[in-house]
Design a protein around this ligand. Structure first.
Ligand SMILES: NC(=O)c1ccc[n+]([C@@H]2O[C@H](COP(=O)([O-])OP(=O)(O)OC[C@H]3O[C@@H](n4cnc5c(N)ncnc54)[C@H](O)[C@@H]3O)[C@@H](O)[C@H]2O)c1
Length: 387
């Protein structure tokens, strides 16, 4: 009989965590996803409390992810995919464990710390025919998809320059003398043992890289970077020059010490015929300017929005869609791909419109290239040439 429900498990995502709750809420938008198992925290009480909050039977709340992968893989009603929402350093081990038990994976970014590990995960997923998503959330926004479509249709001509930034202020106290009221995230991001070789670029610079790559289809040829550490173990601020494979240039700037900014991701793409600008804090709008004409603001949910942006529209224009819907759009697409695979149906191009393991590998290469360039006095460094 044809399956209509996808069962999933979570590793990480306890009630007091950030992004696990976002994933859970986003999956709640979809009627064909059912949380069936979890290992929500390495703290046992936290783990049990979260499992019970979600109404899971106690035998499907596992004390560690290895046991979860092994025991789930033996069940007739095993989970179809696992959602990994733990801090960066654990992604590789957890993802590998589930892949080796033939369970599809959705993993948070950055995919993992080392390029060789990222490539290994890609190889295992490919060899076993498993669906692997990396939740670069911004590619899930309807207006980012509209931007991608306009660029593909040639609306702004040949891309000649990209100017993008992701500015936050939440770590300003680490270089200041007095405590402020900025919102705080989990402290592990500034710890190299948990975060990896980069904090700012690994946490938010990687989002710029992925969002621009998704919108434009351009590949980065080389980067020249300057990172600022302010006497901290990992970077808090980065200015990065980019050369793309089509000859265009770009500037990416990311910061966690930019006072006045919370989640200021802005992407501006300049072409020979026009320009496109998208801002994540006003995600329902897209600014499009054609050469010699006044700027136009495209609104999500209107009649002139077409393609994937229209397919994924959820509510009428004027009612804002946001971060949850962006994750839900990634999941809607991924769930459809998983179901079609289970039911032996052919996957269409739009079924694969979610950030994949290849994007995750590109992200890890980008982070390493930026850090390497910065360590070598900002010398131009090619992400594809480092290992
Ligand atoms: N895509 C995005 O926009 C986005 C946004 C925020 C965070 N993230 C990524 O999500 C990941 C988690 O970030 P966060 O801010 O939610 O962190 P967090 O500290 O708020 O939550 C981490 C969770 O993982 C659990 N955990 C840690 N080790 C575990 C283990 N071995 N087994 C089971 N559970 C374990 C913790 O108990 C907690 O529930 C990071 O990789 C981060 O980069 C992505």
């Amino acid at each position: 009989m044809k399956r209509s429900i996808v069962r999933y498990g979570m590793v990480g995502g306890s009630l007091n965590s950030f992004i696990g709750r976002v994933h859970k809420n986003a999956l709640n938008f979809e009627i064909n996803a059912e949380l069936s198992a979890g290992c929500f925290s390495s703290n046992s009480q936290n783990n049990l409390d979260t499992g019970s909050y979600y109404g899971l039977p106690s035998d499907r709340v596992y004390p560690d992810y290895r046991e979860m992968a092994q025991r789930e893989s033996l069940r007739n009603d095993k989970i179809d995919f696992v959602c990994i929402v733990t801090p960066n350093c654990s992604h590789y081990d957890i993802a590998k464990e589930f892949l080796l038990h033939d369970i599809n994976v959705v993993c948070e970014k950055p995919l993992c710390s080392e390029i060789s590990n990222a490539e290994e995960l890609q190889k295992i997923a490919r060899e076993r025919g498993l669906l692997f998503a990396v939740t670069y959330a911004y590619s899930g926004y309807g207006m980012v998809k509209q931007a991608k479509q306009l660029i593909e249709e040639g609306a702004i001509g040949r891309i000649i320059n990209v100017n993008a930034e992701y500015l936050q202020e939440w770590l300003i106290d680490s270089i200041g003398s007095s405590a402020s009221q900025t919102a705080k995230l989990s402290g592990w991001r500034t710890d190299p043992k948990v975060s990896g070789i980069s904090n700012c670029v690994g946490d938010i610079g990687t989002h710029i890289e992925n969002t621009v790559a998704y919108m434009t289809g351009l590949k980065i040829k080389r980067v020249a970077a300057k990172l600022d550490y302010f006497n901290q173990p990992l970077d808090l601020n980065a200015n990065i020059l980019i050369d793309f494979d089509n000859g265009a240039g770009g500037v990416y700037s990311c910061s966690q010490v930019a006072v006045g900014y919370a989640n200021g991701l802005t992407v501006r793409i300049f072409g020979t015929k026009g320009a496109i600008e998208w801002r994540q804090e006003q995600p329902n709008q897209l600014k499009v300017t054609l050469k010699g004409q006044p700027s136009a603001v495209y609104e999500r949910g209107t009649g002139y929005i077409t393609g994937r942006a229209a397919q994924l529209n959820r509510i009428p224009s004027g009612h804002p869609e946001g971060y949850y819907e962006a994750f839900a759009n990634i999941y809607k697409t991924y769930l459809s791909a998983v179901l079609k695979t289970i039911n032996g149906e052919k996957l269409l191009k739009e079924d694969m419109d979610f950030p994949k393991i290849e994007d995750g590998v590109e992200g890890v290469r980008f982070i390493h290239a930026v850090v390497k360039s910065a360590k070598n006095d900002s010398v131009w460094t090619a992400p594809d040439e480092i290992s």
